[in-house]
Design a protein around this ligand. Sequence first.
Ligand code: ZN
Ligand code: ZN
Length: 275
Amino acid sequence: MRPAFFVGSVLQHGLALGLRGLAACGELLFPRGCAACDGELSATDAVFCPACAATLQPLVPDQICGRCAMPLSEQATLRRLRLGPAVLATCETCAAWPAGLQSLHAPFEYGGALSEAIIACKWQARFDRIRPLSRLLVPSLQSVIERCDVVIPVPLHGQRLRQRGFNQAALLSHAALHELAPHQRRDLRPDWLQRIRPDAPARHATLAERQRRTHGAFAVPSQAHLHGLRVLLVDDVVTTGATITACAQALCQAGARSVDAVALSRVVTLRGPDR
Ligand SMILES: [Zn+2]
Ligand SMILES: [Zn+2]
């Protein structure tokens, strides 16, 4: 069966090796260095060199909204600390966040060296960056995987997939699942969700505009057996959240019991009047 997230004969050969094999090939082609600047690493398991690591903006779990992963106001953070982690703290803008997606976990704000590494992976096919980047996803995955049965990466439209030759969200999911302990691993089902309408460029669109554009853009194919399953969606970047919530709604309509999501990074600069 042709994998839904990877096309092209050379790349399929990489898939046949498994992602670890592919990453190993990548490491031979590109000697392993910083995932953003290729500079020297201070430790063999480091993802970024010290200068690039200094540009990362971690999103601290206690200080972000449990539903949309946006930073909480100071007042909401204090309330959360007072009430304890059992209470799902949500932000003021979550009223506009549609039902369907239960929670979103993102370890970093989009920007700095992390965005350079993601862009190189996506647009320059730097597959050697998949494995180091996937390690950054592991703590978020571990925080939610126990309540999920199956992992589905956010799909690309067929036309985009043919142009790019791979779906970076699927490769990231594949690599990150391999970093987990065997009892935490789940089936990866990139073929259980399809993007049926292409993504129109909408860099400065608000959440409401993007929700209109993504409404009905995803479909669950007939071979998917989602009924009663708890799904974990995975993506590389969440911008407004319109894409990931449209995915969650399609999955819920097809019978998924719940949908949570994990993304490597979250754009937070749209907060305020622009959002
Ligand atoms: Zn660097
Ligand atoms: Zn929120």
